[in-house]
Design a protein around this ligand. Structure first.
Ligand SMILES: [Zn+2]
Length: 305
């Protein structure tokens, strides 16, 4: 019987393969964003899926669409009974949530690119984790393949300025050049411009933030990985800091950070945490990128001038 196994086909911790597909599946629970759909063919094979009948316990919360997907209509939970012509039957619980309720975290990796970027990306690809790399313009030319792969695999590339100078401590014109030159150097190698920036040490003026022309992404969780260079401690800082909406700062260039990331991210992904790019996190409340320009973005909830 096909459907007796349907729930078993739902892998714990399986996530949508593209961020644009807004649903998560865990055990026999499906979570859909309000207004988005969940394609049933991601649960069962195409052939089986064509014969399915979906019955929902509350059509105001979730209703089947013509092409066999489930639409999240309003916030709440309902039970969807799936049956097929052969008499197979299974149930899943569908939770429709607002985007702000989905547990999302942005992991941000500074000061690269460096020699660990490729291994990090192998790992991120295996866990469907997307991150933001804040790179130093003068270093991108040393790792062009890493930088291109970041773009190809859906990570966000950020400008961490040309030479990592403290922008509030250099002359006004020099500071603006640092931002511009960094963005250009990254674009030259990546083939696309960076979409966010982060001032070194988190220090910038509002004039610089506006001139950068893209969101200024800071952080609200500092792992201090550079100071301790201890994988277990890095892992603990990430685990303790991974509350919904947080932006976590690590540095790409330490082996201990790479190891700490693997330990922590494995556990968090298993718990259902989604690692998304900075822009995905910061715009999930409906803010546009333009709305964010000039603001200092510390987390999805904390954005200020
Ligand atoms: Zn830095």
């Amino acid at each position: 019987m096909v459907l007796a196994t349907a729930a078993l086909l739902i892998c714990p911790g399986l996530f949508s393969s593209e961020e644009a597909r807004a649903y998560t599946v865990k055990n026999d629970q499906v979570t859909i964003y309000e207004g988005e759909t969940f394609p049933m063919d991601s649960l069962v094979s195409d052939a089986d899926f064509l014969n399915l009948r979906l019955l929902t316990s509350d059509r105001s919360i979730s209703t089947p669409t013509k092409d066999g997907a489930l639409l999240g209509l309003s916030i709440g939970s309902c039970v969807v009974t799936i049956s097929d012509k052969a008499g197979g039957r299974d149930e899943i619980t569908v939770n429709v949530v607002s985007k702000e309720d989905v547990h999302m975290v942005a992991l941000t990796l500074d000061d690269g690119p460096g020699s660990h970027a490729m291994e990090l990306m192998d790992y991120f690809a295996s866990r469907n984790v997307k991150v933001t790399f804040f790179m130093i313009g003068s270093d991108v030319g040393n790792y062009p393949k890493s930088v291109q792969r970041m773009v190809d695999e859906g990570h966000e590339i950020g400008n961490h300025t040309m030479n990592h100078k403290q922008l509030t401590a250099v002359k006004k014109d020099r500071a603006l050049k640092e931002i511009e030159e960094g963005a250009r150097a990254i674009e030259d190698v990546a083939g696309v411009p960076p979409t966010v920036w982060r001032p070194p040490y988190g220090d910038s003026t509002q004039e610089q933030r506006i001139a950068a022309g893209m969101p200024t992404v800071l952080w609200n969780i500092d792992t201090l990985d550079w100071k301790y260079k201890d994988a277990d401690r890095v892992a603990n800082e990430i685990l303790n800091g991974a509350s919904n909406g947080n932006i976590i700062l690590v540095h790409e260039i330490y082996k201990t950070t790479l190891e700490g990331i693997k330990k922590a991210v494995d556990k968090l992904v298993a718990k259902g945490v989604r690692f998304v790019t900075s822009t995905t996190l910061l715009t999930r409340d409906g803010s546009t990128v333009e709305d964010l320009i000039g603001l200092r973005c510390f987390s999805s909830k904390q954005k200020r001038q």
